[in-house]
Design a protein around this ligand. Structure first.
Ligand code: RNT
Ligand code: ZN
Length: 422
């Protein structure tokens, strides 16, 4: 039997097993293309960006560790790596850019001077690939963020600078979405916070609200761009207070009809983002996810197929929320092959959605409503050992991308031929 025959045979058997539970695997394989994941560009270069030849991540309470060879140090290299990643993933993806990834032509263009011209190359690149773009203001790795405050700064000159930056990023996002015919989600995350116990939490939050109102003053058509705001619990160096907390941004999003961005590294470890989705969607139209893997803290490890991720995917699928939840990734690991990091992390996220789609939810829900809670528990456990892997392999084969471990050799080859030569 050829490899392909084995995959088909395993799929046929799994198809029967799922059919016995009333699940149509053929339809699900097709539906997987509705799971559009926005790839964060910053895993290619450890959140460095291209403002200067040696730009690197600084401040902001986020950290990259590791120095694995081969990181992208130009836009060309970044695009080559992203193309490699895209070739190894089934389904559809978008690209999520940060403002520090513009094409600045070797000139120093400060954040309050950027405009669409610096991102036109990316728009063209995305258009050629039939992809949508998402965008982020970059409110870190900058001298005006060095004291730990940006939009909530009491230094009026700095605050105005960041308001201008965010306003410009929104204009860029709107133009991206307009040209590409799919709305660009512009996400605002700021590092603002305090290492030690402050006495004026309220002052900074009043300033943040004011700055957001100013930066968001221009309304863009929602077919072009949508705003998201991302909260956080704490950052390194900002352990005692985060200005943009969840309470703050959820309230802001509800009041101003914005997307709330839920990063699953930004909550107390006993909280689950999967539980927050249906809570937030009672009050906001849409949610943006930053899917990541926090190991003990907001460590931004490569996503793997774990229980927290599964709850996120299951909650979205069970409630038919795919059109109301924008799925973005947010991890950066500099200690392993970076192309490999993307492929493992994105595939894990996709697999969680596939597993969610293969659940006989109506059956289990009926048990729940009848108070048959042992039966519900049993079914949820039984579903874990159903042959979803065979469906996944078949989906990859149908999508003409490497099946199972076959992508490892392809990435090793890319490392030998491209990454180690940098
Ligand atoms: C930081 C936030 C934010 C960043 C990116 C690079 O804690 O998660 O989303 O990771 O903007
Ligand atoms: Zn995030």
């Amino acid at each position: 039997m050829t490899k392909q025959d084995v995959i088909k045979k395993a799929y046929e058997v799994s198809k029967e097993q799922y059919a016995a539970l009333g699940i149509d695997t053929d339809a699900i394989v097709k539906k997987m293309n509705d799971v559009v994941i926005s790839l964060h560009c910053w895993q290619t270069d450890d959140v460095g960006g291209f403002e200067t030849p040696d730009s690197e991540l600084s401040g902001g309470g986020i950290q990259v560790t590791g120095n694995y060879p081969g990181k992208a140090s130009s836009i060309e290299q970044m695009r080559a790596d992203l193309d490699k990643v895209l070739a190894l993933l089934p389904g559809k993806q978008r690209l999520n850019l940060h403002a520090i990834y513009g094409e600045f032509g070797g000139k120093l263009v400060d954040r309050n001077e950027i405009s669409i011209e610096h991102f036109q190359g990316w728009v063209d690149w995305a258009k050629e690939r039939g992809m949508g773009l998402d965008f982020n203001a970059t409110c870190f790795s900058h001298p005006r963020a060095a004291d730990g405050f940006t939009l909530s700064s009491k230094n009026e000159e700095n605050r105005k600078f960041w308001v201008e930056h965010v306003a410009r990023c929104r204009a860029i996002a709107a133009e991206m979405g307009k040209q590409l015919g799919t709305p660009t989600v512009h996400n605002t995350w700021i590092p603002d916070g305090s290492k030690d116990v402050p006495v004026d939490r309220n002052g900074h939050r009043t300033l943040l609200k004011k700055s957001l109102d100013e930066a968001y003053a221009i309304e863009y058509p929602k077919e072009h761009m949508k705003d998201a705001v991302e909260s956080k619990l704490f950052g390194i160096g900002a352990e005692s207070m985060t200005v943009g907390s969840h309470d703050f941004y959820l309230s802001y999003a509800v009041k101003n009809n914005k997307l709330i961005c839920l990063d699953n590294g930004h909550f107390h470890p006993t909280e689950q983002v999967g539980d927050k989705i249906s809570a937030c969607l009672q009050f906001v139209d849409e949610v943006l996810l930053h899917v990541t893997r926090p190991v003990r803290w907001d460590s931004d490890h490569v996503v793997t197929l774990g229980e927290d991720l599964q709850l996120i995917a299951s909650e979205i699928v069970r409630n038919d929320f795919l059109s109301r939840v924008k799925i973005g990734l947010d991890f950066f690991d500099a200690s392993i092959n970076r192309v490999g990091a993307y492929v493992v992390g994105t595939r894990a996220a996709q697999q969680a959605f596939l597993i969610a789609m293969l659940e006989p939810t109506a059956k289990i829900k009926a048990m729940e409503e009848e108070g048959k809670n042992f039966e519900r528990l049993a079914m949820l456990e039984i579903m874990k050992s159903k042959p979803w892997g065979a469906v996944w392999d078949y989906y990859c084969m149908q999508s003409n991308v490497p099946v199972a471990e076959d992508f490892i050799a392809e990435i090793q080859q890319y490392e030998d031929e491209v990454l180690t030569k940098r």
